[in-house]
Ligand binder design. Structure first.
Ligand code: PMP
Length: 406
């Protein structure tokens, strides 16, 4: 029989445990490079000015109420989210073969996609994630009963992409496997394929009839350019792939706690594509109903308003460049400081990697010394959140890294 006593304690979530240790550290030197949330140059959370504006307008809207959204979410939001992914003039959208549901941020979108595949894929496919990947991928896909496997991704030697290893595994994976791809700003490594490498990946996937499952949590946040950060997804769609996309607006709108995201399924072109797409939408709606009934309204109202208003949209693009620009400056600043000190090793990867995170190459032992002696907090795989760096702590952090590497 089931009793409370039969439940063993679960391990603490490593990232949230790290945040707690940071909060409890009384040192005034402490540096938080753990969690992936944007911080301004004063290490404070940043409300995007355009979000504040949209928020005020919504607040003052006399027609606002707190009724349920529909099962699929706020239509003006999902329609705009779709355009952001596929491009405003996308034939896939015109041909009505993209179906989209609003989800509980990116996590909820990954989950809905995993659940859908677990239920509707006829072969119970193996789902391949990059090694390493966002830790939550493993739990989410396992929880819905999918078999997990990994493809090589990060090369410890070059601190860049192991493209040969990746392609080799894609070639030998069972036909029709599901392949999870980070659309841009790969978490945790900061390493993205080049456009040429994406073409190679697509060619192998097409040959092996693999199904691409894109996870996009950093569009516009990586390069500052929305189209550029969506290039890989748009390329795969243009190549005629059937695919799905889990989209998060946590980072690029700073709407972390509002849980704003969407799941998109793109059907392959063809005379029956729109019908197939409507069938998929109907099944997704059933799953969504039993999981969350309907998604939360607040964040979607904000993002929807910005995405649908050309003037606000342009302001959003400025805010995206503010965030991505500051992060790029921190990359350059860190690399310059380490090189100026003659810190052993090569530090090119700090600037060739992109987005919120950098895989520094620091070892678990070095990470521990950084935490115990220098009050610098990062995950034990050596990943740092670039957003935790600023002009006040960059020198200190470079000094700390230099000392543990020597
Ligand atoms: N996928 C990846 C790769 C991520 O880095 C994140 C954010 N940490 C997410 C999905 C989803 O985050 P959220 O649920 O907060 O949108």
């Amino acid at each position: 029989v089931f009793t409370a006593a039969t439940v063993a304690a679960a391990p603490e979530d490593p990232l949230f445990g790290l945040m707690k240790a940071y909060r409890e550290d009384p040192s005034d030197k402490k540096v938080d490079l753990g969690i992936g949330a944007y911080r301004d140059n004063n290490a404070k959370p940043w409300i995007l000015p355009v979000v504040k504006k949209a928020d005020n307008a919504i607040h003052n809207d006399p027609n606002l109420n707190h009724e349920y959204l529909s099962i699929g979410g706020l239509a003006e939001f999902t329609a705009a989210a779709q355009k952001l992914i596929a491009g405003g003039d996308s034939p896939a959208i015109q041909e009505k073969r993209v179906c989209s549901l609003q989800t509980i941020s990116g996590t909820g979108a990954v989950h809905l996609g995993g659940l859908f595949l677990a239920k509707f894929h006829p072969q119970k496919p193996t789902i391949y994630v990059s090694n390493p990947t966002w830790a939550n991928h493993n739990q989410i896909f396992t929880n819905v009963g999918l078999k997990l496997a990994q493809y090589p991704y990060f090369s410890a030697q070059t601190k860049g992409l192991d493209i040969d290893g990746m392609l080799q595994t894609l070639r030998t994976a069972p036909t029709g496997s599901v392949i999870v791809l980070h659309a841009c700003a790969h978490n945790p490594t900061g390493v993205d394929p080049t456009q040429e490498q994406w073409r190679q990946i697509a060619a192998v996937m097409r040959e092996r009839q693999h199904f691409p499952f894109f996870d996009t949590a950093y569009q516009g946040f990586a390069s500052g350019d929305l189209a550029r950060d969506a290039w890989a997804i748009r390329y795969f769609i243009a190549q005629g792939f059937e695919l799905c996309v889990a989209q998060s607006f946590a980072k690029n709108f700073g709407l972390y706690g509002e849980r704003t995201g969407a799941f998109h399924f793109v059907s392959a072109p063809g005379p029956d594509a729109a019908t197939a797409s409507s069938h998929i939408a109907s099944q997704l709606a059933i799953l969504q109903r039993s999981e969350i009934s309907n998604p939360p309204a607040y964040g979607a109202r904000i993002a929807g308003r910005v995405l649908n208003d050309p003037a606000l949209f342009a302001e959003w693009e400025v805010d995206l460049r503010t965030m991505s620009g500051r992060i790029q400056e921190m990359r350059t600043g860190l690399r310059e400081r380490l090189e100026a000190r003659g810190t052993p090793g090569s530090w090119d990867h700090i600037t060739s990697q992109i987005g919120m995170f950098s895989f520094t190459g620091l070892t678990e032992g070095q990470v521990k010394i950084l935490r115990d002696k220098w009050h610098v907090y990062m995950t034990k795989n050596g990943r740092i959140s670039m957003a935790g760096l600023n002009t006040n702590n960059l020198d200190y952090f470079a000094e700390a890294v230099d000392s543990v590497v020597r």
